[in-house]
Design a protein around this ligand. Structure first.
Ligand code: F6P
Length: 463
């Protein structure tokens, strides 16, 4: 294999450049050219296929910096529809014209689904990424437990859910223990929670901090490092009575409460709190907005003004209870060491998988107590359920204690290997040296897009 294409698809993460860097570095050693395809699958629909040579003469281009967040080749949420054979033929023709013999897609579960039709025609592999940490399996047989129910409102007329699991599993069995981007997202979320705390303390307030993750509660679980009082995850339906009781107990004691809620939390009937309208993005994901606001409205109603007035801690529930979203800061900025290190290894492994002829494989990050973390290839087919679909992994319910509303023992054991040594000395040093650099006040931000743009090439020359 002489020339490989690489693209980054779906929502970005801080570790994408690290993955690309790992892939390109390995490709240099193997004397393989890597072509970066601009803006994910989107570029394949463009007859001119905008692209960048990432390692001319087997040297990395200088713009490829593994410590920079985002992706130098851009990303989009476009996907290839397997039913549109015509599109697929055109795409294959374009890739062949470009001399691409293998493709690395850096993405999550949506990308893994999306690349399936391509893998039938061209050697294609996945290097995982997602802050949601939802690409993987809690244990290898998990896809077999999927059940599908008729739902005319759902895409394709079916809704898929995991059946009540009878599996006993331990952490060593997790497939793709953690995805690049997750550690940095947790770092940002936990720091946000820590910062909200002191202001809630000073003003006797109840803060609800919403974190991302879609229907997977991993980011919410990891935010436990910021020591919130209560964590709510999508995998356990909200128990409002219990929550109100717990909030009052804590408030009575310490005059402030910090609640973290995952954006995908559901009510007792299993309805998304944060998705009043079922808007979806191009990949068909429900867009979740407003779980924290919906929760605030319920707490205001159930706790009432009188409770706050009684203790002279506020005029009204509306004033005392406030929400903040950590938002896209979770997805941006410099990746912390854990993400950089393993993302690069997974990128390198993706190149090896292609060279070894392992079509439709995923470079997963595994963990076991004896070996620690290690990267290996895993057949994508093993992620599919019996209908051929790949689903987002949900945090296993046993990682969370619904009574304490905190990580369970298993959840703590899950988090510890990731975060024990996640921040590098250089991460702290970077902040010390760069945040308040005097030049920041005088020099405008120089976007990587400006430089990469000068390197973009097209299949059919200029328009
Ligand atoms: O999948 C990553 C993610 O950040 C989710 O956690 C979140 O729900 C979604 O993407 C937000 O997407 P967008 O950036 O398109 O609003």
């Amino acid at each position: 294999m002489k020339r490989i294409g690489i693209l980054t698809a779906g929502g970005d993460t801080p570790a994408l450049n690290a993955t690309i860097h790992g892939a390109v570095t390995r490709a240099n050693q193997l004397r393989v050219e890597i072509v970066g395809l601009i803006k994910g699958f989107n570029c394949l629909f463009n007859p001119r296929v905008p692209h960048v040579f990432l390692n001319p003469l087997f040297q990395n281009i200088p713009e490829l910096d593994p410590t920079k967040g985002g992706t130098l080749i851009g990303s989009s949420r476009d996907y290839v529809d397997p039913e549109r054979k015509n599109d697929l033929d055109l795409i294959m023709g374009r890739l062949s014209q470009l001399g691409i013999e293998g493709l690395i897609c850096v993405g999550g579960d949506g990308t893994l689904n999306g690349l399936q039709p391509l893998a039938e025609r061209l050697p294609t592999v996945l290097a995982p990424k997602t802050i949601d940490n939802d690409l993987g399996l809690n244990y290898p047989s998990e896809p077999d437990e999927m059940v599908r129910v008729n739902d005319p409102a759902a895409r394709g007329g079916f809704r898929y859910k995991t059946a009540e699991s009878r599996a006993v599993f331990n952490l060593d069995q997790i497939v793709n223990y953690v995805t690049p981007g997750y550690a940095t997202a947790v770092y940002v979320s936990a720091s946000g929670v820590e910062r909200i705390r002191t202001t809630a303390e000073s003003h006797r307030r109840i803060a609800i901090v919403e974190v991302m993750g879609r229907h997977s509660g991993y980011i919410a679980l990891g935010s436990a490092y910021g020591r919130p009082d209560v964590i709510l995850v999508p995998e356990h339906a909200l128990d409002l009575e219990l929550l109100v009781e717990r909030v009052k107990q804590i408030y009575d004691l310490q005059k402030n409460v910090v609640i973290v809620c995952g954006e995908g939390i559901v009510d007792e009937q299993g309805r998304d709190l944060g998705a009043e309208s079922r808007t979806t993005d191009p990949a068909g994901n429900i867009q979740l907005t407003g779980a924290a606001e919906a929760l605030r409205a319920r707490l205001i109603q159930m706790i009432g003004d009188r409770y706050f007035q009684l203790y002279r801690r506020g005029e009204s529930a509306r004033e005392a209870i406030f929400t903040r979203k950590v938002g896209h800061t979770q997805r941006g900025g410099r990746p912390i060491l854990f993400d950089r290190f393993y993302a690069a290894q997974q990128g390198a492994c993706a190149v090896e998988l292609l060279i070894e002829g392992r079509n439709n494989a995923v470079s997963v990050l595994q963990y076991n107590q004896a070996k620690g973390f290690f990267v290996e290839g895993y057949d994508a087919n093993r992620f599919r359920d019996r209908w051929g679909l790949i689903h987002a992994r949900r945090m296993h319910p046993c990682m969370y204690d619904p009574h304490l509303m905190k990580p369970s023992r298993m959840g703590i054991d899950y988090l510890t290997p990731i975060f024990g040594d996640a921040i590098g000395e250089d991460d702290a040093e970077h902040m010390r040296q760069t945040l308040f650099a005097a030049g920041n006040l005088t020099q405008p931000y120089h976007s990587i897009n400006t430089d990469v743009n000068k390197r973009i090439r097209f299949l059919a020359g200029p328009p």
